[in-house]
Design a protein around this ligand. Structure first.
Ligand code: PBG
Length: 348
């Protein structure tokens, strides 16, 4: 046996002996005894700096509709959303992610790049009122098309990848013009990051970054979001372009491709059932900001269980978000963001 292997075998044996001895267990427990000690040795923690609050903005004035399957989440017109953002900023939130829900949808999703669209108007208003707030805009067609798919359809009613790229580029430029700091192409359209990067650069928006939905799974956990966005596909589903929940290695390929195309941040979505993917992405792309999206279905489950008195909401949310950080997420998009910011501020 080589020296090194002998040494390794020795320390493994020594550890086993230690573990068996009472001393070893006591040594671990000693550091769990008080809140102060636990805080001192804690490995992962959620900070308000990590949180991104998603918002649903809609046309009209004075509109505020609670999403049935997401208690506490609202579709709001620009005037109303401003008050919510004011509360978020007061609680320390640094970033919001905007989704638009237009009154009128069409086959080409034309409201998505309308300079007077709800997202564009919100971006302008928020940039003026909260110049330090990071504004992220969702760059996708599904909330804007009457058929509910994430792209233009070809004559076989399949998403036409390359025609869709042109529209995504147009949406991203309109969002950059309106004041977005980051755009987030979320449709899993092939080469969307490259197309958006090129269009932003051509239009003079080199400073606007891309948050790429690199590993977006074809997940049932998006159900409540589709309720919020009135955006379920009217036929078929998204399994043709979103990832198969059974695959993890493929997520690394998706992220690598997005980074090559110019992504500034990468994402795993949903979060909870995919923490192994978060861990692998974090290991594989050290130094690249990694976002976990705690999606609508995850939120709805917690809210329903809490309303029934079956789970303690604050503790379960903090446990979930801490697990995302432990798995390697740097940032978390979550509908709980405002509550979490307040809990962190007020202590527990
Ligand atoms: C697509 C998009 C979706 C979500 C975010 N962006 C819906 C989908 O792909 O069906 C889901 C987010 C959530 O469930 O919270 N623009």
């Amino acid at each position: 046996m080589s020296d090194i292997r002998e040494k390794a075998a020795w320390s493994a044996e020594k550890l086993d002996q230690d573990a068996a001895s009472e001393n070893f267990t006591k040594r671990l427990r000693r550091l769990r005894r008080t809140q102060g000690l636990r805080a001192l040795v804690r490995e992962a923690r959620v900070s308000v700096d990590d949180l991104i609050l998603p918002l649903f903005v809609t046309d009209g004035v004075g509109v505020s509709e609670e999403v049935t399957s997401m208690p506490g989440v609202f579709r709001e017109s620009v005037d109303i959303v401003s008050a919510r953002v004011e509360r978020a900023v007061a609680a320390g939130i640094r970033a919001v992610l905007l989704f638009g829900i237009p009154d009128a949808k069409d086959a080409g999703g034309s409201a998505s790049y309308d300079p007077e669209g709800a997202v564009q108007r919100s971006l302008g208003m928020l940039k003026d009122r909260f110049p330090d707030l990071v504004l992220v805009a969702d760059t996708c067609l599904c909330e804007y098309t009457d058929h509910g798919h994430c792209g233009l359809l070809d004559e076989r009613a399949d998403v036409d990848n390359d025609a869709t790229l042109e529209v995504l580029a147009r949406i991203a430029v309109s969002q950059a013009e309106a004041g977005a700091d980051l755009v987030a192409p979320s449709g899993m359209i092939d080469r969307q990051v490259g197309a958006v990067r090129a269009a932003l650069d051509d239009a003079g928006y080199q400073r606007v970054g891309i948050m790429a939905y690199s590993a977006k799974y074809a997940s049932v956990f998006y159900g409540p979001f589709r309720d919020a966005a009135h955006g379920a596909p009217t036929f078929g589903d998204r399994r043709g372009h979103q990832m198969d929940p059974a695959n993890a290695g493929e997520a690394l390929r998706e992220a690598r491709q997005d980074l090559e195309e110019g992504a500034d941040l990468i994402m795993v979505k949903p979060a909870l059932a995919y923490l192994d993917v978060v861990r692998r992405m974090s290991d594989a792309f050290e130094g690249v900001p990694l976002v976990a999206y705690n999606v609508s279905g995850e939120y709805a489950m917690v809210k329903a269980a809490a309303a029934a008195g079956w789970l303690a909401e604050q503790r379960v949310v903090m446990e979930m978000l801490t697990a995302m950080k432990r798995a390697g997420a740097d940032l978390i998009i979550t509908y709980h963001a405002l509550d979490v910011a307040r809990w962190l501020r007020d202590g527990d």
